[in-house]
Design a protein around this ligand. Sequence first.
Ligand code: NAD
Length: 423
Amino acid sequence: MVKTSRIPGYHKLSVSERIDKLRELANLTEEDLELLRKAVPLPIDTADRMIENVVGILGIPLGIATNFVINKKEYLIPMAIEEPSVVAAASNAAKMTRAGGGIMAEATDPLMIAQIQLVNVPSPYTAKYVILSRKRELIDVANSTNPVLIKVGGGVRDVEVRVIESPAGPMVITHLIVDVRDAMGANTVNTMAEAVAPLIEKWTGGKVYLRILSNLADRRLVRAWTKVPKEALGGEDVVDGVVYAWAFAAGDPYRAATHNKGIMNGVIAVALATGQDTRALEAGAHAYAARNGRYEPLTVWEKDHDGNLVGYLEMPMAVGIIGGAVKVNPVAKLSLKILGVQTAKELAEIMGAVGLAQNLAALRALATEGIQKGHMKLHARQLAITAGATGEEVDLVVEEMLKRGEIRIDVAKEILESIRSKK
Ligand code: NAD
């Protein structure tokens, strides 16, 4: 656990000063620091073992969001993302939630679902009955594929069978509900699904095709909650603005998509930093958002009796601290160390809290000054750098572009030339 996540002026430090501060707060070793300072922290040989046909490594900035208090604990949050202003917004919103005691979060047991698709059964409900009546045998066979998981307290918790109608006729879909403990669990449950498939075919006389997890991980949810004092937010008007912004998303899928994208800015940045399967998280989030037959926001914002803002998030969070890319990528390992997480459940709770804070930041900005002001400043910085500005030239070019109200690459180049010619 870090001593504090409150580091006033962290954004004003140089990269090297920020690393020093992080070392002090998160108890990092010399080796950890070296990794952060390396130009390419992932060895090419490791990359070559991770995917196929490797020719290089893509760099993504890794930042630290400050101010987070989650379940009464201080956290510094590593976020990997290419989009400007996400880390700043998360830190800013975390500061507001801090004024009300931070964010509370609770993840359910890590239950993943594996699906087994059975077709060509003349009497689907008989098949359903047969499979369910031999549930115990299925569970034993599935569990026998993974003694390590059983040893750490995981394994199949239940079997469910659904008969679905499809364009190719009725299908009998068996679900294995598996407690995957600290893993994301995809490989784990896929292996189980493959192991039990022959039994299902034998008992029913049907034909099994697909045996694969469902990314709609609706048994593995995180719930996060916060109360932001109205003063910390900027007054009751702003509370009303945020509630209206949420209600817009609740009433309109066009808005809800963008609302949820904002939540995923935070969730996916932490996911990338900690080596998670980001596509699995995106698929789960959006499928869950549409579970009622209409695409809805993953958060709710309301005003309490005293005029304070209350926020609630609920979404699937299939994350692991073991398996996948987590232990292969050295930076992902370091991110987990900075977070100090001991279980996948704790990581899920942190990610839910970050999603809620990120959403708060976006809604507050949208309901007040709009997000373009902050964005344009950051955009101007990127243009200045693209134009070739370095060191203090960057600030001078940005300042001049903002003053002129012209934020374009040609303007950045022209200003840079004029600065240099005056030197
Ligand atoms: P994994 O295959 O490395 O399995 C982790 C294993 O670690 C477990 O099966 C268990 O035997 C062992 N283990 C030891 N200690 C444990 C503990 N405390 N808790 C849990 N397990 C423990 O990893 P995985 O999580 O099963 O699979 C994740 C990978 O699968 C990701 O890389 C993901 O991208 C990939 N994947 C995803 C999909 C999808 O989302 N649709 C499909 C296929 C594969």
